[in-house]
Ligand binder design. Structure first.
Ligand SMILES: [Zn+2]
Ligand SMILES: [Zn+2]
Length: 187
């Protein structure tokens, strides 16, 4: 019961930070119960308190390096991966995010990418990808993320690469990697 609620608390905190009162109201339990849960989660290093609100803890070490290639995370392209056991991992770019999903998909609950144009977070499952373009800002073959198919198509007209959905992008990266493709240009 408590365990299930703590899992749900992590889920709520993923959306935004919450006050203990909000959490207590949400679960219809006493503040004391919520504080107990928070204490547990703090002990596990999953959440932290700040100015009266509870939020997910930014992980250092594991979290600041790419899970796939160990590159240091650059905020422009990073992918945030939430695992089913409540951990938050990062990948350096959509290429590694897609590789992470291929490798550990069943352990992943959600994955957030960044739209290449607006930098707004988008869910990895619902965005569009351009894979194998001529420019490669991070890992090769590159993958770029767009919130709409039209943006992806415009980009691929200029810089090459295939426009694909989530599943297609994973397959295409894998295919290109097994061919050992080299990029022509590097930004
Ligand atoms: Zn990486
Ligand atoms: Zn990368």
């Amino acid at each position: 019961m408590g365990k299930e609620r703590r899992r749900k608390i992590l889920e709520l905190l993923r959306e935004r930070e919450r006050t203990p009162k909000e959490l207590a109201d949400y679960f219809n339990v006493s503040l004391m119960t919520v504080y107990r849960d928070i204490k547990e989660l703090e002990k596990e290093g999953l959440v932290e308190r700040k100015h009266g609100t509870i939020r997910l803890k930014e992980e250092e070490g594991e979290g600041s390096r790419c899970v796939i290639c160990s590159k240091e995370i650059d905020g422009r392209f990073n992918v945030i991966i939430f695992t089913k056991d409540g951990r938050k991992l990062q990948a350096c770019c959509p290429h590694c995010g897609l590789m992470a999903f291929r490798k550990m998909g069943e352990k992943i609950e959600t994955m957030m990418m960044k739209d290449f144009i607006s930098c707004n977070p988008v869910s990895a499952l619902s965005c569009w990808y351009v894979v194998g373009s001529e420019i490669s800002p991070c890992c090769t073959p590159p993958a770029f993320v767009f919130s709409t198919k039209e943006l992806a198509q415009k980009f691929s007209k200029g810089f090459g690469g295939k426009v694909l959905d989530f599943e297609g992008a994973i397959e295409e990266i894998h295919r290109l990697m097994s061919l050992g493709t080299r990029v022509k240009l590097t930004l």
